[in-house]
Design a protein around this ligand. Structure first.
Ligand SMILES: [Zn+2]
Length: 239
């Protein structure tokens, strides 16, 4: 990815975007958005980063490990560490029999309408949602300088391949007409992206092709969509 400088002031930078704590009073850390372990090595340069408190960042790590490993298992079709699509997932699964067995237990067989057996994986939704919201807060803050500290109004995740063609077109933003109805603040990274096209494909920021992309839309409220591993579509919306 390209580095984007920004020029807006620091008025929103005083708080942790996750717990609203005052950063000046806490141990802080630079947190990558998206979750770094989701990405393929070599990871892109200049990944988006936001400053958060250490406790929040640390508090998400187990959830992030689970979600990365779970999605890698689903995409790879197995919990076998040697057959994983994602290297961090492979090493987490290798190190932790508990994680392997947790994900293995989420795999069940069901019959399709035509009577064929089909494997389905049931995620721990709370953990998936926590990671999706965490990344959405990071994307919003990085792109717009907007800390979204309230609970979101909508958190939605769905396998992108199971969306109907109409749902898919809507999700990808193909039906949105006429460009932006409101413009980002001058100096925000989003404004720079729109002017230069940096890392953009349509309205989507491509972090790593086929691995992670996101879109931040603020026409009405703030809406952050992501696609993880070309498999999971996510949406977080604050009204
Ligand atoms: Zn915090």
């Amino acid at each position: 990815m390209d580095k984007i400088d920004e020029f807006f002031d620091d008025r929103n930078r005083a708080w942790c975007i996750h717990c609203s704590g005052v950063l000046a009073n806490m141990v802080t850390t630079e947190d990558h958005v998206p979750t770094q372990s989701f990405l393929r090595k070599p990871r892109p340069h200049h990944l988006p980063k936001v400053t958060t408190c250490f406790d929040c960042n640390n508090g998400f790590s187990k959830d992030e490990q689970y979600v990365g490993a779970f999605l890698s298992c689903v995409v790879s079709g197995t919990i076998d560490p040697d057959k994983q699509f994602n290297a961090s997932a492979a090493s987490a699964l290798r190190k932790s029999p508990a994680l392997r067995s947790m994900i293995d237990q989420s795999k069940t067989e069901r019959l399709t309408e035509t009577g064929e057996a089909q494997i389905v994986w049931m995620p721990d939704r709370d953990r998936v949602n926590r990671v999706v919201v965490k990344n959405a807060r990071g994307h919003s803050f990085f792109e717009l300088g907007e800390p979204m500290m309230n609970d979101p109004d909508i958190v939605w995740t769905y396998p992108i391949g199971l969306l109907t063609p109409e749902q898919r077109a809507e999700f990808e933003g193909e039906n949105e007409v006429g460009g932006l109805s409101v413009f980002p603040e001058v100096g925000s990274k989003m404004m720079t992206r729109i002017m230069t096209g940096q890392d953009l494909d349509g309205s989507w920021v491509i972090v790593q092709d086929g691995i992670y992309r996101y879109e931040v839309n603020f026409d009405v409220g703030v809406r952050v969509r992501t696609v993880i591993f070309d498999y999971l579509a996510t949406e977080v919306f604050w009204n």
